[in-house]
Write a protein that binds this ligand. Structure first.
Ligand code: ATP
Ligand code: MG
Length: 357
């Protein structure tokens, strides 16, 4: 047998229930079957509001340095955002590590689908568009006028579309690794834009996405496009139709929150912040101060984020095993946390998923 691959993972629990769910994520990695030939080492890192109060910064340089120098990937819990005057460490981390894609899979299982099996992922560009935050307000004789720059570049549009294509292929290989549960036979990418109105900015995004996805490597991927307003309509009417949706920053932001609403609890939805050389798994929920310390936070979003991180580290088989264990837990519906209508604790859900691994 070849030597085991060892991956070093930074653990950034942050605040609130981040401290309850990130340890669950670690246990999942430690408990992967030996047959996968994967080993993990961990390093605990600080960020968030408590860190800010202790050290005066929400994202210590040491955290960034260790991630850059030592780690293959990371798990980020949640940080409290209730405080003015301090900027979010995850936003800073995305910049410092050039994590230009935000990836949010939204999936139901037989147990929580209301009949429609949803299994899609939104791939959001994370560095430009209206988020360049170049705004100005002009006083005119007719009153104030405010403007904002929407910047779309060929490079950023290309790399986000390429990653969307790669995710489509990776999802197909995960479906192939778990036959019998597959919901589609061909990967698909939907390009979202509003080029009928914004012919230059969104026009460039659309054209570049088309070019990126026309590469030979993506020949098995079916590529289609949707104007963003009709995208919203179809996403809610027919979510089961979609596989991978790629979007510029703002549309991606709106679509990914909307899509998360399709599956019930925030406690189920994972995400990843992805660049060319690094991936951080992050549950979509926040620090949930209302349930902090009660031992009932749902660990599934984090467990799925672990799998997503592994996908970007090239470990599709490990990811497929974790997804299958989570689906098993949800379908059996025996151990569910209160946000899912159950009575189980974080620990009981974790143990049930571990048993299925
Ligand atoms: P923050 O400012 O950190 O975002 P918040 O008050 O907005 O905190 P969220 O974490 O965004 O809280 O959660 C919104 C709601 O969803 C809360 O009622 C919370 O309890 C619930 N929730 C979020 N995550 C989970 C989870 N993992 N398990 C159970 N319930 C959750
Ligand atoms: Mg919140």
């Amino acid at each position: 047998m070849a030597a085991a691959r060892t991956l070093r993972i930074g653990l950034i629990p942050g605040d609130g229930i981040g401290r309850e769910v990130i340890p669950a994520g670690r246990r999942i990695l430690e408990s992967l079957p030996a047959s996968l030939n994967l080993k993990f080492s961990f390093v605990d890192l600080e960020a968030g509001y408590d860190t800010f109060q202790k050290t005066g910064t929400a994202l210590p340089d040491k955290t960034v340095d260790i991630l850059k120098k030592e780690c293959d990937g990371a798990l980020f819990g949640a940080v409290s955002t209730k405080v003015a005057g301090y900027s979010s460490p995850i936003v800073a981390l995305r910049k410092k590590l050039d994590l230009y894609a935000n990836v949010r899979p939204v999936k139901t299982t037989a147990g929580n689908s209301n009949g429609k099996p949803i299994d899609l992922v939104i791939v959001r560009e994370n560095t430009e568009d209206l988020y360049v935050k170049e705004e100005r307000t002009i006083d005119t004789p007719n009153g104030k006028v405010a403007e904002a720059i929407k910047r779309i570049s060929e490079n950023a549009s290309y790399r986000i579309s390429k990653i969307a294509g790669e995710i489509a292929l990776s999802r197909q290989s995960i479906r192939d690794a778990a036959p019998g549960t597959a919901t589609r036979s061909q990967p698909m990418v939907t390009i979202t834009h509003k080029s009928n109105v914004l012919s230059q900015t969104d026009g460039l995004f659309r054209e570049t996405a088309r070019r990126a996805l026309a590469a030979e490597k993506f020949s098995s991927v079916f590529v289609e496009e949707q104007i963003v307003d009709s995208m919203v309509y179809k996403l809610f009417r027919q979510p089961e139709f979609y596989d991978v949706i790629v979007a510029p920053n703002l549309y991606g932001d709106i679509l990914s929150d909307g899509a998360a609403a399709l599956v019930g609890s925030l406690g189920l939805v994972p995400s990843a912040n992805v660049g060319d050389n690094f991936a951080i798994g992050e549950p979509c929920h926040g620090s949930a101060p209302d349930i902090e310390g009660m031992g009932i936070s749902n660990p599934i979003a984090t467990i799925r984020s672990v799998a997503l991180m592994l996908e970007f580290l090239g470990e599709m088989n490990a990811a497929a095993k974790i997804y299958a264990a989570v689906d098993g837990n949800l379908d059996a519906a025996q151990f569910l946390t209160p946000d899912m209508g159950g009575k189980a604790t974080t620990q009981q859900v974790l143990e049930d998923v571990l048993k299925r691994l």
